[in-house]
Design a protein around this ligand. Structure first.
Ligand SMILES: [Fe+2]
Length: 429
């Protein structure tokens, strides 16, 4: 089922890294503040100051602890002793924070002791707490309506929260298929299938076997072309060889193309680009190439990272032949209005993770990414230009997605006659 087609007169210009609480703007000379300790590799990033870092830690602490309060109080109500659960929560949170306070590379490669001794225990506990927070009001309402004992309602909510937590942490990607209608698309590209993956965030929470599984799933789709729209790496260089090797497994007759995301410069971005290019991926950093098919052409371009100010959309499109339909890989969907202005028929983005944390069943409208942008996931249209925002495969911050499943995108290009795009898209709904 296709996602609803949307038209915006005043699309948002901000961008969001869903959980990092770090914002940026896209503009001629503007770039966002980078995470402390990241490496800009040749172009300077503004380091995060101690005050900003302090605010981030305080916010993380408030959210980390606040979410646990209902669970701790309920366990106290059920057992008569809240303090052991409170102490457990504080201990787990302290373990988690010890990773935030260390050098950034700890997030990139925390090592088995930190990963299994501090991070995973905290995230399992925290995810169960978050789900309990959402479930317990409903459970208490049901108890009130049907005269069920409060203890039983709390136990039921607890059981559901634990089950849902493990289900949430073990989510598998969902295939999202969509037809994209492009006016004047050559007949040779009618039915051309593009698999899009995004935001792998290869790292401690998306390591080699998991990423390899994603690549195998993409290959099983047998697409004509594969687009990888940035954030290949979570942070640091430890997983660069892992993700490069995994991307090297991708197969498509018209090639595998990638653009860079903001997290790719939390590692040695130049080294990453070289490593994936060596594996056969065409890395599009403010450039484009022609993709031929049966005598016709498609222009496939990619724009570099907005957070470090490397993006240059005009340079990316400079080699575009007149009248040739264009697909632009742009990690940050905030570039969509600029791409639409320049006549780009299809922009493929990621970056938002669909919000990563959203209200179950209403997550497309109610999610964290909506704080910053309207382009949070799925399909959008601005005139004749289309945007597809992939929810991504990995996660940032907590390895948790709530109401927003990971995604494999499969987009089929469809030829539309001039002036018929809106009607064709409508007919496909
Ligand atoms: Fe991302």
């Amino acid at each position: 089922m296709n996602a609803p087609d949307r038209a915006f007169q005043h699309p948002g210009g901000g961008n969001l890294h869903a959980i990092s609480f770090v914002r940026g703007r896209v503009g001629p000379q503007s770039y966002a503040v980078a995470e402390a300790g990241s490496q800009a590799n040749g172009r300077s990033q503004r380091p995060r100051g101690p005050r900003r870092r302090g605010r981030f830690i305080v916010l993380a602490l408030v959210i980390a602890l606040g979410v646990q309060v209902p669970l701790v109080l309920s366990l106290g109500h059920l057992t008569g002793h809240a303090w052991p659960f409170g102490a457990l929560g504080v201990l787990l949170t302290a373990g988690f924070l010890s990773n935030l306070l260390g050098p950034r590379s700890i997030w990139g490669a925390p090592g088995p002791w930190r990963l299994y001794g501090t991070l995973w225990p905290f995230f399992i506990w925290w995810t169960a707490s978050l789900l309990f927070l959402l479930i317990v009001p409903l459970a208490l309402l049901v108890a009130e309506l049907f005269s069920i004992r409060t203890d039983h309602a709390l136990l039921g909510a607890l059981g559901l929260a634990v089950l849902a937590a493990f289900r949430t942490l073990g989510q598998r990607p969902r295939l999202q298929e969509r037809d994209i209608f492009i006016e004047g698309l050559p007949q040779a590209f009618d039915g051309f299938r593009i698999a899009q993956i995004s935001d792998l965030h290869c790292g401690p929470f998306a390591s080699g076997p998991r990423v390899a599984g994603w690549m195998a799933a993409v290959n099983r789709l047998q697409p004509d072309l594969i687009a990888v729209t940035g954030d290949l790496i979570a942070s640091g260089d430890a997983f660069v060889p892992v993700v490069a090797s995994a991307l090297g497994q991708l197969r498509a007759p018209h090639g595998v193309f990638a653009c860079m995301g903001n997290h790719d410069y939390f590692a040695d971005g130049e080294g990453l680009a070289q490593a994936i290019a060596a594996e056969g991926v065409t890395v599009l950093r403010n450039r484009g190439v022609e993709v031929p098919r049966h005598g016709a052409r498609l222009f496939v371009a990619g724009v570099d990272d907005t957070w470090t100010g490397r993006h240059d959309i005009d340079l990316a499109l400079a080699a575009r032949p007149a009248g040739v339909a264009t697909v632009l890989l742009a990690h940050d969907p905030a570039l969509f209005p600029e791409a639409a202005e320049r006549g780009v028929e299809l922009t493929l983005s990621g970056h938002t993770h669909g919000g990563q944390l959203g209200l179950p069943f209403f997550a497309r409208r109610v999610n964290l990414a909506r704080i910053i942008t309207r382009f949070t996931s799925g399909f959008y249209r601005l005139g004749n230009a289309a945007l597809y925002v992939n929810r991504g495969l990995g996660t940032t911050g907590p390895p948790v997605r709530l109401g927003v499943s990971p995604e494999l995108g499969l987009l089929t290009l469809r030829r539309a006659e001039p002036g018929t795009v809106a009607q064709a898209a409508e007919a496909a709904e």
